[in-house]
Ligand binder design. Structure first.
Ligand code: COA
Length: 437
């Protein structure tokens, strides 16, 4: 007999009742109680602010074991992919469920290279942004506006969907690079079909029409690793946002634009910007990491150690290990010493020895060391969250595709427990007290 969980409750008349709910078991033996009939049969809903214990879907894309520090895309350990795979290999794996063959990869890369150009009218849109606009403000707007240029959209099965996948992966680097060029008042540089994905992005960011530019292969290699590490992370805040948006059959462009908005916050993808700003602040303030650790422990300070802690990882973040090693390797090879890297290491050491962080299982997360690498490459700090969005794009698309392919998919629509007034009487304007809650 299949496994069930029983819930005992009192009905509206106060009589004892029991309901058996089926247990769904995942391929890694994760278990979930299927509460699909709970409200209809008992009148109860579940309440789980922040979705700490709520599975929103069944998904075959990414597996995380937060206690053991495991992250796998379609079964492949992140450590293996970060070492051996190209970012577009991983994008294909996440979106289409398999590593591409040689010819599939070549096709995918060629198509993406061909579609990297932006519509010329988009330049005027970039020029309309104020000079100090945040890169994420430009990216969300420009991503959503792609749906004005490419209005054909469909479910996940057809050629139009595949073409839109290519368009998004192809145009995101151009959108980020154009946004950067706009912010520094330099000319936009066109994408090149002759360069690889990471090389092309670096070329668009840093080359100028006035002088030859050669992509540094070390930068391209480490960027590939960073993008692979960011490519998916199952039902995080931005991916859940994408799924919810897509569940209403919003276009793929609009759905991933919603993901960019959600990623922007400092508790999510905005954390990599905050980490560097925090490290800089510690340095400028005399470099006392212990003082900062103490401040992070004080609840009323409102300050958190940015780049520390994770909703799922309670042992270590495997991506942080890879990125820390990559930062060491890159800076070592370039023979540059960055005082912020030294402060980051000191801070990590101090926090990992501190009972507050140990008890709460707060470890450096993916954002803790990525900013040091981006900074070394010359990427401006405000653009770090956009780099995260560049990496996360295949994951968002993969989830949108999975959801669109699921015949049982319903529009995402959580319920609530209402706590407001019962019935209020309308008060004429001149008699209102005006108290706000
Ligand atoms: N610095 C100081 N204290 C932290 C902390 C941090 N970075 N992260 C969590 N805590 C503390 C909380 O204050 C809370 O303490 P309490 O139990 O005494 O109230 C406890 O640890 C649990 O934190 P909580 O916010 O409930 O965990 P969460 O799972 O909801 O949040 C994060 C996860 C990632 C949002 C959170 O750890 C955080 O804000 N980190 C900093 C931002 C960051 O780096 N984000 C990038 C994530 S990849």
């Amino acid at each position: 007999m299949s496994e069930t969980v029983a819930i005992h409750y009192k009905d509206a008349q106060g009589a004892e009742q029991k309901i058996e709910l089926p247990v769904i078991t995942g391929s890694e033996n994760e278990k979930g109680i299927d509460i699909g009939v709970l409200r209809a049969k008992t009148g109860f809903i579940t309440l789980d602010p922040g979705y700490m214990n709520t599975g929103a879907c069944q998904s075959a894309i990414t597996y995380i074991d937060g206690d053991k520090g495991i992250l796998r895309y379609r079964g492949f350990p992140i450590e293996v992919l970060a070492e051996k795979a190209k970012f577009l290999d991983v994008a294909h794996l996440l979106i289409y469920g398999a590593l591409p063959t040689k010819s599939q990869l070549l096709n995918f890369e060629n198509e993406i290279a061909q579609h990297a150009l932006l519509h010329e009218d988009m330049k005027e849109m970039f020029e309309a942004f104020p000079k100090g606009a945040h890169p994420m403000a430009m990216l969300t707007s420009m991503m959503a506006s792609l749906s004005a240029f490419y209005q054909d959209d469909e479910g996940a099965a057809g050629e139009v969907f595949d073409l839109n996948v290519v368009r998004i992966l192809a145009k995101v680097p151009s959108l980020i690079a154009y946004g950067y060029k706009r912010s520094v008042g330099r000319p936009f540089m066109y994408p090149s079909t002759k360069l690889g994905y990471c090389e092309n992005f670096l070329q668009m960011m840093f080359s100028l029409p006035t002088e030859p530019y050669e992509v540094d292969p070390d930068y391209a290699e480490v960027l590939n690793q960073l993008l692979v590490c960011h490519a998916d992370h199952e039902q995080n805040c931005s991916t859940s946002t994408v799924r919810i948006a897509r569940s209403s059959r919003a276009s793929l462009f609009a759905s991933v634009a919603a993901g960019v908005c959600s990623l922007w916050g400092p508790l999510h993808g905005g954390a990599n910007q905050e980490v560097i700003e925090m490290l800089q602040w510690i340095k400028d303030d005399g470099g006392d990491v212990k003082k900062v650790v103490e401040l992070a422990k004080k609840k009323d300070s409102g300050f958190r150690l940015m780049g520390f802690g994770h909703r799922v990882y309670k042992n270590f973040d495997p991506r942080a290990k890879i990125i820390k090693a990559a930062a060491d390797k890159l800076l070592g090879k370039l023979k540059v010493s960055d005082p912020l890297l030294d402060i980051a290491k000191e801070l990590e050491e101090a926090a990992l020895k501190d009972a507050y962080f140990v008890e709460r299982k707060l470890y450096p997360n993916v954002d803790f060391y990525s900013g040091i690498i981006y900074k070394t490459m010359g990427i401006p700090v405000k653009a770090f969250p956009a780099m995260f969005a560049l990496g996360r794009m295949p994951g968002w698309i993969a989830h949108a595709r999975e959801l669109s392919n699921d015949p049982a998919n319903k529009i995402g629509r959580p319920r609530q427990i209402y706590t407001g007034p019962n019935v209020s009487s309308f008060v004429p304007l001149e008699q209102r007290a005006g108290a706000r809650s």
